[in-house]
Design a protein around this ligand. Structure first.
Ligand SMILES: Cc1cc2nc3c(=O)[nH]c(=O)nc-3n(C[C@H](O)[C@H](O)[C@H](O)COP(=O)(O)OP(=O)(O)OC[C@H]3O[C@@H](n4cnc5c(N)ncnc54)[C@H](O)[C@@H]3O)c2cc1C
Length: 439
């Protein structure tokens, strides 16, 4: 979570983190930026190591201001911008050098021509997928990983590429940028020999082994598959809710209270949560640890949340409820660097009121990325993959699921990584002990 208001507090403020990294990575990005310009006239090929590289490539003016998230410093936003321009773009978010870009381009050209075989095919590119890849590669299973190409509008690297600083992943006491964390994960996967393909899986055939995993242009035949395609936190759209100029996403607005709630900008400040289900109740209760007060804003006059969750949340003296209401605008604080408040419309009377808050958290659900499975794995009512308790085994033997795509409760990078490890170990066990018996 980024905040202009934290700029005077080095080490604790994400903006500081962003400015420092911009200074320290300049020479690398200059090299890459030169290469990008060379490549641009033919097929625009973009390799991104950090958001800075995008800034260099784009000649970002915002760099001087050091305020909030600049348009070009955000890979997902750059990607959608370039896509709209209709360019052919190949983007490896975690490539760290011009050499990586060239390698990635040439391997992709060759890869598009043939069907590949592997012991383990991993689908996804978040912490779950890369942890599975690291374990599978070290076990000499020669994994192939499809990292996706703007799958669900998220860049390779997953949900963490949409946030600024991650402060709760072990091993980084000063925090680490989400993009950088995923960059490191990808490097580690590759270092042990994972073959990474920047393509989105569009179909699978789990009816027989080897399993078939297809993209628009290729097929991988795999003895086992790990699905780690994650989920997308739903966001609401109204003036001021977005990224970039005039928007307060990551500058007071978030979709993850557990991830961002402890940030200094929210301490002892009034906060709001939008939603009416269990998540909204849980997030509101969680935020009372830090906030001066928490408002739960809900469109209806009854909550969807279970009675017990409602009781726990609504009996908390710090929580107030604003029913029959929706947020119609978010606006900035004094210097407009961070969220200052909300305009709220009563859907019954039409009256618009003002609510001064420093934080707004969407708790309106997640969508697991399971459509491409075509109903071949058992899903729960919300579309999450069902796994056998205590394992990552899905309803199809030899197919495993890890991370947010099978977890609607914890939804954290470290839990995703944990289940990624489990999936690789489960796959290894399956390949060594079970598959040979079944053959
Ligand atoms: C704004 C925000 C901030 C967060 N902050 C934190 C934090 O501070 N700490 C924390 O622990 N957690 C945080 N989280 C939660 C954390 O990001 C997730 O729990 C974690 O990323 C889940 O990892 P995953 O591996 O399951 O999948 P994801 O990170 O969801 O990644 C899945 C990837 O798979 C790719 N994919 C999807 N479909 C396909 C397909 N068909 N073919 C190929 N690829 C595909 C997607 O492009 C995506 O990149 C945050 C989440 C958000 C949204």
């Amino acid at each position: 979570m980024d905040s202009g208001s934290q700029r005077k507090e080095p080490r604790s403020g994400p903006s500081f983190d962003k400015r420092v990294s911009r200074k320290t990575t300049t020479s690398r990005s200059n090299t890459l930026s030169g290469m990008l310009k060379l490549l641009a006239p033919k097929n625009l090929a973009v390799g991104i190591g950090t958001p800075l590289i995008l800034s260099e490539f784009a000649g970002d003016n915002n760099r001087r201001s050091g305020v909030g998230i600049s348009f070009w410093s955000h890979p997902n936003r750059l990607l959608s911008h370039l896509r709209k321009a209709g360019s052919f773009i190949r983007l490896g978010v975690a490539s760290n050098s011009a050499v990586d870009v060239a390698a990635s381009l040439s391997s992709s050209a060759a890869d598009n021509l043939s069907t590949l075989n592997t012991k383990v095919c991993i689908i996804g590119s978040g912490p779950a997928a890369h942890t599975a890849a690291i374990y599978a590669a070290r076990a000499e299973l020669n994994p192939i990983l499809f990292e996706g190409w703007m799958a669900n509008d998220i860049a390779p690297g997953g949900q963490l590429t949409t946030t600024t600083k991650v402060e709760n992943f072990p091993g980084f006491p000063g925090g680490i940028k989400g993009v950088e964390l995923m960059d490191r994960c990808k490097n580690q996967s590759q270092q042990f020999g994972t073959k990474i393909l920047t393509q989105t899986v569009t179909a699978v055939d789990f009816s027989a082994t080897p399993f078939k995993v297809s993209t628009d242009s290729r097929v991988v035949l795999a003895d086992s598959v790990i699905v780690a395609t994650g989920a997308v936190a739903k966001r609401l759209s109204f003036p001021g809710s977005g990224e970039g100029k005039g928007g307060f996403w990551s500058r007071g607005i978030s979709a993850c209270a557990v991830c961002d709630g402890a940030a200094p900008i929210f301490r002892d400040k009034p906060l709001a949560v939008i939603g009416g289900g269990d998540s909204a109740m849980e997030e509101a209760t969680f935020l009372t640890k830090y906030a001066s007060e928490v408002f739960v804003i809900h469109r209806r006059d009854v909550f969807r949340a279970s009675k017990i969750m409602q009781k726990r949340a609504l009996s908390n003296p710090k929580i107030s409820v604003i029913k029959n209401s929706e947020v119609v605008q978010a606006y900035g604080d004094g210097d407009k660097r961070a969220l200052g408040g909300l305009k709220i419309k009563n859907v019954v009377t039409g009256d618009v009121s003002d609510l001064k808050v420093s934080g707004l958290f969407f708790a309106v659900g997640h969508e697991p990325a399971t459509k491409f499975l075509g109903g071949q794995l058992e899903l729960d009512v919300d579309g999450y993959i069902v796994t056998k308790p205590g394992t990552t085994q899905t309803s199809v033997r030899g197919v495993f699921a890890a991370g947010d795509v099978q977890d609607k409760k914890y939804r954290q990078a470290v839990t995703a990584a944990g289940t990624g490890c489990m999936a690789a170990l489960d796959a290894e066990h399956y390949l060594q002990e079970i598959a040979p018996l079944e053959a």
